[in-house]
Ligand binder design. Structure first.
Ligand code: HEC
Length: 106
């Protein structure tokens, strides 16, 4: 009955792949947005970027998703003198990808 075991193992591997795929895609999207939107002009992230603002590494350890969203859409409400531009013009899909990605950075 060895084949049955192999079949079960294959099925388990396929299931693992299917459940892991969306997370990997979200991470790639998060990194892509941080680069394409120019966040690194001010923020360090994963070893490169500017030094005008706190590094984005570990953002999720310091802030929850709600606070991160506010930072992106209404930075002026958190610090009236902030240099950070508002990203409230972004499509919701991009905002959500960014917020989810940053909230998971731990
Ligand atoms: C022109 C510079 C600039 C750009 C561009 C910028 N930020 Fe910021 N950001 C800041 C500054 C400065 C702060 C520190 C808080 C403040 O002064 O408002 C900050 C704070 C933050 C924080 C809170 C971090 C902390 O530890 O306090 C997050 C998260 C953040 N920015 C994300 C982003 C993302 C994501 C982008 C790109 C979509 C971005 N920022 C683009 C300047 C910038």
């Amino acid at each position: 009955m060895k084949w049955k075991l192999a079949k079960t193992a294959t099925l388990a591997a396929i299931c693992a792949l299917i459940t892991a795929a969306p997370a990997a895609a979200d991470e790639a999207r998060g990194r892509e947005l941080i680069s394409s939107l120019g966040c690194k002009g001010c923020h360090q992230f994963e070893g490169s970027g500017g030094t005008l603002a706190p590094a984005l590494d570990g953002t999720g350890e310091r802030f929850d998703a709600e606070r991160i969203r506010k930072q992106l859409t209404e930075p002026g409400s958190l610090n009236p003198n902030t240099m950070m531009p508002s990203y409230s013009h972004l499509p919701e899909e991009e905002l959500k990808s960014l917020v989810d990605f940053l909230a998971e950075l731990k």
